[in-house]
Write a protein that binds this ligand. Structure first.
Ligand code: HAM
Length: 457
């Protein structure tokens, strides 16, 4: 009787990572790590499970109520597969804050979990690169983080025509709402919600939400201006009789100063103001930003972040501000693919520095193992063919893999303590003493390297 077969697919919204997928992940994470380390950020990680309360307190109700994967092993204990790592970062920093040198510069590439509707760029299990600086209150922290965004994307080969960082400041939105639009304090959260969701809404839906939430035509017009503005001065000019208190507000001052710093650092090509960007997580207090693919058919946020002043208060009385961002690796990959920025080479494994060992006879196996151990001890990778079939077949397999050097070992080589070495590129072949093998391999590799990148004399 035929036994029941289980599905070969992973569970909905989650992905298997085949070696071909891991090559893409490795290519991307190598660059992310390289840039993080150039800015002196250190890597951290933490458990996958956290108590749900920490996200209830300051992240977002959507994240907790609709998107959480919950583990309940004991009545009353609700653990959640982390939907993001920023509250965990705050916990770890709060725990060791006394001994950590400020500012704290950390990055991480955790797997995160959100029970979302799977769609392009959105999965239920995903890798998310995070980089944050804590304990640096000046806008230089913002500038460093924006610089990191630019360095990462340009390192992948992207240009300012392909992406833009849209920045804003929540304190500024607060000041506009309170001082200019005179929106009651308890209704300001509605402004954030609508601005965050605006680009996913039809105009009529947006309009209806505003009418249902606010009676005043002046407020409704003001919120529409916030959604649409892409120039700070024009936005301010569009309001009449602004009280001077507004110009003195921290939000307005921070935005103006950040614009100045962005100009001084020559980053203005990559950064634009956009008062519609507020971000969906509740803990952001100051600067917020989202990075967009600017492609015409493809305008969407790739990733985002911002400043949070009070996240440590979940765990201690200490006040320490941080700023950083989270980036889904899949979102980045889609962006890179859109512009052909993933190198062709990563589509196949690279065996060019591997030594392939072809054996003529099973009797030579012990000698082959000695040779292969010796090669690996010298930090060189090697692959043994265990088929002991005809040599032509073995060498053609080596050729298909793209190796540069094959070794041919038969009873005669074993008896004389020799190895036959074949340069697969030039097809030259010679038999050498086992004791000389490593140096001959090194010579062949360095000759091949020179041919690849000829020295200029
Ligand atoms: P977030 O906006 O919730 O922020 O997520 C940041 C990024 O993670 C998104 O823009 C997207 O690239 C990726 N992402 C989110 N959900 C998914 C999903 N279901 N599938 C694939 N990718 C996804 C945060 O998580 C903040 N903790 C970021 C942060 C760090 N802010 C300051 N420091």
């Amino acid at each position: 009787m035929m036994s029941k077969k289980f599905s070969r697919d992973p569970i909905k919204g989650m992905d298997d990572f085949f070696p071909s997928d891991m090559r893409v992940v490795d290519y991307i994470t190598n660059i992310l790590r390289e840039i993080s380390e150039l800015y002196c950020y250190e890597e951290f990680d933490a458990p996958l499970l956290e108590p749900i309360e920490i996200y209830e307190a300051k992240s977002s109700t959507e994240l907790v109520n609709e998107q959480s994967f919950i583990v309940e092993k004991k009545p009353g204990e609700r653990l959640i597969l982390r939907p993001e790592i920023t509250p965990t970062l705050a916990r770890m920093v709060a725990k060791k804050s006394q001994e950590l040198k400020k500012p704290i510069r950390w990055y991480s590439i955790p797997k995160c979990y959100r029970y979302e509707q799977p769609q392009k760029g959105r999965r239920r299990e995903f890798l998310q690169y995070n980089i944050d600086i804590l304990g640096e209150d000046t806008l230089y922290a913002e500038l460093e983080i924006l610089n990191i965004v630019v360095d990462i994307l340009t390192k992948f080969g992207a240009t300012s025509d392909q992406f833009q960082i849209y920045f804003n400041n929540r304190r500024f939105i607060d000041a506009v709402c309170k001082i200019i639009l005179e929106i009651p304090r308890e209704k300001i959260q509605l402004v954030y919600t609508i601005l965050d969701k605006a680009d996913k809404m039809e105009e009529s839906e947006f309009e209806q939400y505003l009418i249902d939430s606010f009676e005043s035509e002046f407020i409704i017009r003001g919120i529409k201006k916030l959604r649409d503005a892409d120039d700070l001065d024009d936005l301010i000019e569009s309001f009449d009789d602004i009280p001077s208190e507004f110009y003195d507000s921290k939000g307005f001052q921070e935005l103006k100063n950040l614009e100045k710093l962005i100009n001084q650092a020559n980053l203005s090509e990559f950064c634009s103001f956009s008062s519609g960007v507020v971000r969906g997580l509740d803990y952001y207090t100051g600067t917020v930003f989202e990075v967009f693919d600017t492609g015409e058919d493809n305008i969407r946020a790739i990733f985002g972040g911002g400043r949070y002043d009070d996240l440590l208060s979940l765990y201690s009385d200490e006040q320490m501000s941080g700023i950083g961002f989270g980036m889904g690796l899949l979102m980045l990959e889609l962006f890179l693919r859109t512009y052909g920025l993933l190198p062709e080479e990563i589509s196949v494994p690279d065996y060019s520095e591997v030594i392939y060992i072809a054996n003529i006879d099973e009797k030579v196996a012990p000698y082959v193992f000695k040779i292969s151990n010796m090669i690996r001890e010298n930090d060189c990778a090697c692959m043994i063919d265990y088929r002991f079939e005809n040599l032509g077949n073995q060498l053609s397999k080596a050729n298909d893999l793209g190796v540069s050097i094959s070794l041919i070992i038969g009873p005669k080589e074993m008896e004389e303590k020799k190895v036959t070495i074949k340069n697969m590129i030039s097809e030259e072949q010679k038999t050498v003493d086992k004791s000389n093998l490593i140096s001959v391999i090194e010579i062949i590799f360095s000759e091949l390297e020179e041919k690849k990148s000829p020295k200029i004399h």
